[in-house]
Design a protein around this ligand. Structure first.
Ligand code: ATP
Ligand code: MG
Length: 498
């Protein structure tokens, strides 16, 4: 196959941080090529260089695209050259329609006015090629994550892109959405489009990609045909060592910390009852949309409960807003770090101290010294890769931002932690670091509700598993005795009750 992209000598430094050093990468027409590496390995930076968002440092950088040596000056130039990317954060404008987003900057006109009919028709055509029935007139704000992604891909096709880049596209998709995406990517491959695929979900690579390239600390480590790169081989190249299993002996059941009785809410959960003991990790398994996040949000006071009772250490509590929940010692680490967890324009230190402000001020010691000590120990505990605590969160890699979210909540010294997909977008090495933190919290006697769509993660970490389907618990299982298949059975068992 013809090589359509060949990069070499790519270096990039931000302040004191070396994001890429002398990196190389190549892609063929009609190839899906995975780019993997630990958090902060430089994947997104490489992609941003390809899309003209960043310029490489120095004179050694060489970018050959479709047989020509080019310099990619800005995003518009990248698009002209036939390169499009779907980023970790979407770049669509929420207040515009699907069609307007696709044709922004190249709106078809009839005289001086925008030719809406042509625009809508073309947008529908491109969406149909992706087997998508999204209405081109719908506002982007009304779309699901998977739909926004389809619009981004349709937009790339409408630009005649022959090189498509996807940065962690499956991180928040359901199983059937992932299937749909893969079908489309394979079809684009058949049409000769080259695809760079960045993902932390190593198990999905064999069914999709042709080759895999591993980056570590900003360097190219290895490129292999996928048949020669089973998961353990990839992991070894990623982290430079073997990663061990995290299963630990179950703790003895102790006193009850939290009890939920028959919780129901308008957001889509019904009759949810469970209890959480001190030092226990309670796994909430299920497919996306099973009602786990909705239950958690209501318990934390973000959404309303229509009925049901919550008890903390045996006493009934009324939680009407997140502040109530926090004052009862509950922390909620949300799945969406951008929307609920972090202020990107502030530093790591400021983000970490936002949550501890109340606790520090209670003792009258809001000094930058105390803040910095706290922040420093969080950074260490979570293994956050950064230049210093004063670095802006925006400048951190996606996975490291997620670690700041967790660090921020730990700083509130909660007794109950609800963690919603805490390791989404996190590499295998950092995952085991976060698992260690979760175990340590449980050992300290905290109660942890772990919501995860990754069944192996649930099985490895939990002391007890509750499976959700269709808004209610369908089974309570012992992780040592159950397995993936049984959990999936209950996760798809609508109408069964626990
Ligand atoms: N704009 C920036 N300013 C300062 N540092 C940056 C900036 N962008 C990236 N970095 C740093 O460069 C390094 C590489 O980051 P990059 O986002 O490329 O990693 P990644 O491989 O995509 O990681 P992840 O899997 O966590 O998304 C990180 O240490 C990051 O903190
Ligand atoms: Mg990234």
């Amino acid at each position: 196959m013809e090589t359509i992209l060949s990069l070499s000598g790519i270096s990039k430094t931000f302040g004191g941080i070396r994001a890429l050093s002398d990196a190389e990468f190549s892609l063929a027409a009609g190839e899906i090529h995975a780019l993997v590496g630990a958090n902060g390995a430089g994947k997104s930076t490489l992609i941003k260089i390809l899309t003209g968002a960043h310029r490489p440092d120095g004179d050694c950088a060489s970018i050959e695209l479709f047989g020509k040596r080019v310099s990619i000056d800005n995003p518009a130039h990248a698009r002209e050259l036939g390169v499009s990317a779907v980023y970790q954060e979407f770049s669509l404008i929420n207040t515009l329609s699907v069609a307007e987003n696709m044709y922004l900057g190249k709106l078809p006109k009839k005289g001086p006015v925008v030719d809406k009919k042509t625009m809508t028709g073309k947008a529908r055509e491109y969406l149909a090629k992706l087997e998508s029935d999204i209405d081109p007139a719908a506002l982007v704000s009304s779309l699901s994550v998977a739909q926004k992604q389809m619009v981004e891909i349709a937009k790339a096709l409408s630009n005649d892109s022959r090189l498509l880049i996807l940065d962690e596209p499956t991180a928040s998709l359901s199983a059937s959405e992932v299937e749909h995406l893969f079908r489309n990517l394979k079809r684009l491959r058949e049409q000769g489009i080259g695809i760079i695929y960045v993902s932390h979900r190593l198990e999905e690579l064999p069914v999709l990609v042709d080759r895999v390239t591993v980056f570590r600390d900003g360097r190219h480590i290895v490129t292999l045909p996928i048949a020669e790169a089973p998961k353990p081989v990839i992991i070894r190249h990623m982290v430079g060592r073997e990663v061990q299993s995290n299963r630990r002996p179950p703790r003895a059941g102790a006193e009850e910390l939290l009890r939920a009785e028959c919780l129901s809410g308008p957001t889509g959960f019904e009759g949810v009852s469970f209890s959480l003991k001190k030092g226990e990790i309670l796994g909430f398994a299920g497919l996306a949309g099973a009602g786990r996040t909705e239950t958690a949000r209501a318990m934390f006071g973000v959404d309303k409960l229509s009925s049901g009772k919550v008890f903390i250490e045996g006493e009934e509590v009324s939680i009407k807003c997140p502040r109530d929940a926090i004052s009862h010692g509950i922390a909620f680490i949300t799945e969406d770090r951008k929307e609920e967890g972090l202020v990107l324009g502030l530093s790591i230190l400021e983000n970490l101290t936002m949550a501890i402000f109340r606790r520090l001020s209670r003792f009258g010691v809001i000094g930058s010294r105390a803040d910095k000590d706290e922040a420093g120990s969080s950074i260490q505990r979570m293994g956050i890769k950064c230049a210093s605590a004063s670095q802006k969160v925006r400048a951190l890699s996606g996975g490291n931002q997620q670690k700041v979210v967790i660090g921020k909540w730990l700083a509130t010294a909660p007794s109950i932690l609800i963690m919603d997909e805490p390791t989404r977008g996190i590499d295998v090495g950092s995952k085991s670091q976060i698992y260690d933190v979760i175990h340590a919290l449980a050992d300290e006697g905290k109660g942890i509700i772990l919501i995860s769509s990754e069944i192996p993660e649930i099985l490895e970490l939990s002391d007890r598993v509750i499976v959700f389907a269709g808004g209610k618990p369908t089974a309570e299982l012992d992780p040592v005795k159950t397995n993936q298949d049984e959990i999936l059975h209950y996760a798809t068992a609508h109408g069964v009750s626990a």
